[in-house]
Design a protein around this ligand. Structure first.
Ligand SMILES: Cc1ncc(C[n+]2csc(CCOP(=O)(O)OP(=O)(O)O)c2C)c(N)n1
Ligand SMILES: [Mg+2]
Length: 373
């Protein structure tokens, strides 16, 4: 599997990313006087996401992380724009491709790579599918494997937040495919009826494995589905990090102010195949690769940084080298960390000692001498 991108199409034709439509004055108006630093920070994170994809896909193919990895290329602006607009007390229920959200919120990169290697320093000690990371320290809940389940979980979390009168809102990310699940209906309906502080972010990458979005719904916008549940929905460009940041910030403020749930549809273009074990090719329509290049969120931001002089090529290259080094160091650290010890089979399972477990542990120690043969 390769990560689409670069400047030439499958037929060798040069393809440029669509420029982001902002002047320096507009950026100052939308993002404040510190806009250059904000965009530089967004760039660092988005580049980290893109580079992680190429490193981790290669490691998965070597059987070192796995069993699978869900690439996020094409989703960098939705991850980073949203994460930068959310606050510390908010709770995140991710879908398959929001690993950058956890990192932007403060999960350590090495903690992330330890999770992918399912080693002794993995939060879940190898008991979770490695790519379904969690980061309790930043309110980032592990994704449930069944598509759409996080939508009802998020509605429940928002209900609890209001009941307990705590700060923050709940945010659920999900794909276009998840909108066809019963959990989408149940979660959205419950949130609408109870007017809950939850923000639904539908990242529409126009594919659910091999099913195109036209076969997922007959509606022209996923955002319109919010009407059926009694709240507002808007459709935005998920490849424009500035638009994602400003719209998520606005929606978050309204939800936090008690205006009820909201749905944002963020349209992106999936640049890779669904997940690393998938067959690399499934009838992508002609011209799809070129479309991903035109809407490449990272290339669009790079063009803006260059045009406005906010971050010239030489500085971007320095960031790229430093980011590559950081990834290599984190991967190397995770790679030399041993797997969880066999005794961890018995830890974190029950709050207090419980006789069947104690007996099992005794048998295990007696027969295996504490070690697997
Ligand atoms: C309930 C359920 N049905 C089917 C699957 C198999 N499956 C895994 S990923 C996926 C596609 C999800 O598409 P989408 O929600 O658009 O997210 P994307 O992968 O495009 O980010 C499917 C159908 C599943 N995990 N759970
Ligand atoms: Mg999708």
């Amino acid at each position: 599997m390769t990560v689409a991108g670069g400047s030439t199409s499958a037929h060798g034709q040069p393809v440029s990313a669509m420029p982001l439509p902002y002047s320096p004055e507009e950026l100052a108006r939308l993002l404040g006087e510190d806009w250059k630093n904000l965009l530089t920070s967004a760039y660092r994170w988005m580049l980290l996401g893109r580079l992680l994809d190429s490193h981790l896909l290669a490691l998965q193919r070597q059987g070192l992380v796995g069993p699978s990895y869900s690439p996020l290329s094409g989703h960098e602006a939705t991850n980073v724009g949203a994460a930068m607009a959310l606050l510390k007390d908010d709770w995140i229920f991710p879908s398959l491709r929001e690993q950058l959200v956890a990192l932007v919120r403060g999960m350590e990169l090495t903690t992330y790579t330890h999770s992918l290697f399912a080693n002794a320093l993995d939060h879940s000690l190898g008991r979770q599918v490695p790519k379904l990371i969690s980061a309790r320290e930043v309110n980032y809940v592990s994704m449930a494997s069944d598509i759409g389940a996080q939508i009802i979980q998020a509605a429940g979390c928002a209900y609890a937040q209001r009941y307990k009168k705590v700060n923050g809102i709940t945010v659920a990310f999900f794909g276009d495919g998840a909108t066809s699940t019963g959990d989408f209906h149940s979660g959205m309906n419950f949130a609408g009826v109870y007017h809950l502080p939850v923000l639904f972010l539908c990242v529409n990458n126009q594919w659910a494995i091999s099913l195109p979005v036209e076969k997922q719904t007959a509606m022209s916008a996923m955002a319109e589905k919010a009407k059926a549940y009694g709240f507002k929905g808007i459709k935005i460009d998920g490849t424009d990090v500035i638009q994602v940041y400003t719209e998520v910030k606005k929606a978050r403020e309204a939800v936090a102010a008690g205006e009820g749930p909201a749905l944002l549809e963020l349209v992106v273009y999936r640049m890779t195949h669904q997940s690393s074990p998938d067959e690399p090719v499934h009838d992508l329509p002609q011209g799809w690769v070129e479309k991903t290049m035109i809407h490449d969120p990272l290339a669009r931001l790079e063009e803006l940084l260059e045009r406005t002089g906010a971050l010239p090529l030489a500085s971007r290259e320095t960031i790229r080298k430093a980011t590559e080094d950081r990834i290599r160091r984190s991967v190397a650290e995770a790679q030399v960390t041993p797997p969880p010890g066999p005794e961890t089979l018995f830890t974190d399972t029950m709050k207090e000692a419980y006789w069947p477990l104690t007996e099992e542990r005794e048998t295990f120690d007696r027969e295996q001498g504490g070690h697997f043969p």
